[in-house]
Design a protein around this ligand. Structure first.
Ligand code: SF4
Length: 386
């Protein structure tokens, strides 16, 4: 899959309000004195090695990456060797490192660098960003380390440092906050020492400005850090806001005649598409709607609906239970209706009677299956009479 640098990236307007040469000077100075210099991939500016390490370091700690990086280089010393290797061999070398899409993209990327660029990684971050598995920040890092290109990075570690130093509120994964951080990252770039600056930001985030318990007394940015001054290091960067789950309610009719229960086939599309379920009174409704009223108020309609299928006997409102979908929580209020007699023909072809002992063979949604199984196991049960 082709990944391209977002148009916004190329067009990031330099925001003069964010210009701050002392910031990069402090980071560069600290990196040269205290940053990491002995990592295996830091011993070379070869773009193949830099790229390999950057991909491996996405979502994986340095200590876990080192042995994999060394083994990879041993087996695939050049991009040509990697591109020519069978996919299974590449996957076997990645095995244990996790996030296997990275390995598949790595292999694809090596092939494209060989085919399109004769084995030389392009220096332009915009071109690097079009290769599989290379995002905007990774493209900038590869280009900065390999070719000295002045380009901004913004990975999770850098976002954390920025959020704290500059006191940036809002979730950094949101588009607005992220765009503002990119503008800041761009404006903060130094004219020289880009490799030390890039490495310095990475080192700060990985070794000092860690998620919990940042080592502020040793940080070169402590005198200007808003989070430290305002005692907000635990609060920044802000967490992803929790989604408020919509709540819906469905009144489901458990129509029983002797050992049979009436099932209704759901429409092919939508929730539980094509499965068998229970007839519902007016479908799934927002909890704030009319269904929020106590179900006993709807008993006349329930009775009317039930009469389509037979002669209504006892009605009992069963305890409510809920089921959580990705986008909403459904409160299910079952109403059990015993039919003294059932009509020989059901109202529509999508209805069918199922023996309670044969439920395991029916394609039912999980919560409906467990409701009916419980009912079948517990019969006869004393339910609250409506
Ligand atoms: S002073 Fe502390 S919180 Fe602020 S950037 Fe440095 S390590 Fe992070």
């Amino acid at each position: 899959m082709k990944r391209s640098i977002p148009a916004a990236a190329a067009a990031t307007v330099l925001n003069s309000a964010y210009l701050d040469p002392e910031f990069s000077a402090a980071v560069v100075h600290w990196q040269k004195q205290h940053g990491r210099h002995a990592l295996p991939w830091q011993q070379s500016r070869d773009a193949y090695r830099v790229w390999l390490s950057e991909i491996m370091l996405q979502q994986t700690q340095v200590t876990a990456v080192i042995p994999y990086y060394l083994r990879f280089l041993d087996s695939f010393p050049t991009v040509f060797a990697l591109a020519a290797a069978p996919a299974e061999q590449v996957m076997a070398h990645w095995s244990g490192l996790g996030y296997y899409t990275r390995a598949r993209n790595l292999h694809l990327c090596a092939k494209q660098v060989v085919d399109r660029y004769a084995g030389t990684f392009p220096a332009d971050p915009a071109l690097l960003g079009q290769l599989p598995g290379i995002g905007r920040s990774t493209a900038a890092a590869i280009s900065a380390f390999s070719y000295g290109t002045v380009a901004a990075i913004l990975d999770g570690n850098v976002k954390r440092v920025f959020a704290r130093v500059f006191g940036i509120d809002g979730y950094p994964g949101s588009k607005t906050v992220e765009d503002a951080m990119w503008r800041r990252a761009q404006a903060l770039l130094p004219a020289r020492d880009i490799a030390s600056y890039t490495q310095g930001l990475m080192d700060l985030g990985a070794t000092l400005c860690t998620r919990s318990r940042p080592a502020c007394p040793r940080c070169p940015l402590q005198t200007r850090c808003v989070a430290l001054a305002e005692d907000r290091t635990a609060e920044l960067p802000m967490r992803k806001p929790k989604k408020v789950l919509r709540e819906k309610q469905a009144v489901m009719l458990v129509l029983l005649h002797e050992d049979l229960v009436l099932l209704e086939q759901r429409p092919d599309s939508g929730i539980w598409g094509g499965l068998l379920s229970l007839p519902e009174l007016d479908g799934m409704r927002d909890l704030a709607g009319a269904h929020a009223a106590h179900v006993t108020a709807a008993l006349p309609q329930i009775r009317q609906l039930a009469e389509q299928f037979g002669v209504v006997g006892e009605i009992a409102v069963l305890p409510e239970f809920s089921h959580v979908f990705t986008h909403f929580k459904l409160h299910i209020r079952p109403v059990q209706i015993k039919l003294a007699q059932r009509r020989s023909m059901v109202a529509e072809a999508r209805h069918s009677w199922c023996d309670l002992q044969q439920l395991h063979q029916a394609a039912l949604p999980a919560p409906v299956k467990s409701l009916l199984t419980d009912l079948a196991d517990a019969r006869p049960a004393a339910f609250h009479r409506a």
